[in-house]
Design a protein around this ligand. Structure first.
Ligand code: PEP
Length: 246
């Protein structure tokens, strides 16, 4: 049985005062049967951990090296030390704005796994790639180049996030999500074998309370990576509930 996951990516949003949203999630979902991951900006990781002992706290990026002269970067082992259980790697905003390649993402994911963190590795096609009917080849290439050989269903999660659906209000059609997730499931199993056959596959891209239940019915969707709708308890809690009852 695959344990489902609802992960919230706060991106560069939130202040100390936003910890009250995490406190409310902790109060409402402390006995959840799914994994709930909140990924606030790095300075909020430790206080978030303290506010939410029953939720998982995740970071949004890590450096590929263990330590060293990398001004402004944070190591996976420090993330673990301050209470993170997971880290998002290779979000499309980092692939685009920081020119992160799949090869670098694989190095970062390896660092995360070595530090004992769950790696939430993001993949997804741009609108141009979808229109050129390159979606599945793009996903195959990203999976082949981004997933470490040591990735298993226990230590790694893949988030399929069509770039054109992130923060745009556009949601992929159920048939598009189903096709991409079935393809990813087969590709990951082919690539890594039985140890990865049940790797969790999250959908991301304008998930909100109004569309969550429909998305969670789709074959091979094991949860969601949520951006905008994870910032407020009122928006994220119903998505969590939809996944708990899916
Ligand atoms: C994301 O940031 O990964 C994301 C899916 O954002 P949004 O839910 O706002 O589209």
């Amino acid at each position: 049985m695959i344990k489902k996951m609802a992960a919230g990516n706060w991106k560069m949003n939130g202040m100390l005062d936003s910890l009250k949203e995490i406190e409310r999630l902790q109060a409402a979902h402390s006995n959840s049967k799914i994994d709930i991951v909140i990924c606030p900006p790095a300075p909020l990781l430790l206080p978030a951990r303290k506010k939410a002992p029953d939720l998982l706290i995740g970071a949004q990026d890590c450096h590929q090296e263990v330590s060293g002269a990398h001004t402004g970067d944070v190591s996976a082992s420090l993330l673990k030390d301050v209470g993170a259980a997971a880290v998002i790697i290779g979000h499309s905003e980092r692939r685009q704005a920081h020119a992160e390649s799949s090869a670098l993402i694989k190095e970062k994911a390896t660092a995360a796994l070595n530090a004992g963190l769950t790696a939430i590795i993001c993949i997804g096609e741009t609108l141009e790639q979808r229109q050129a009917e390159e979606t599945l080849p793009v996903l195959k290439d990203q999976l082949e180049k981004s997933l470490p050989e040591t990735a298993t269903a226990q230590n790694t999660v893949v988030a399929y996030e069509p770039v054109w659906a992130i923060g745009t209000g556009l949601v992929a059609e159920p048939a598009q999500i189903g096709e991409a997730h079935r393809f990813c499931r087969a590709q990951i199993t082919k690539q890594l074998g039985a140890k990865a056959a049940n790797m969790r596959l999250l959908y991301g891209g304008s998930v909100k309370a109004a569309n969550a239940a429909e998305i969670f019915k789709i074959d091979c969707v094991d949860g969601a990576l949520v951006g905008g709708a994870s910032l407020r308890f009122e928006d994220f809690s119903p998505i969590i509930e939809a996944l708990e009852t899916a």
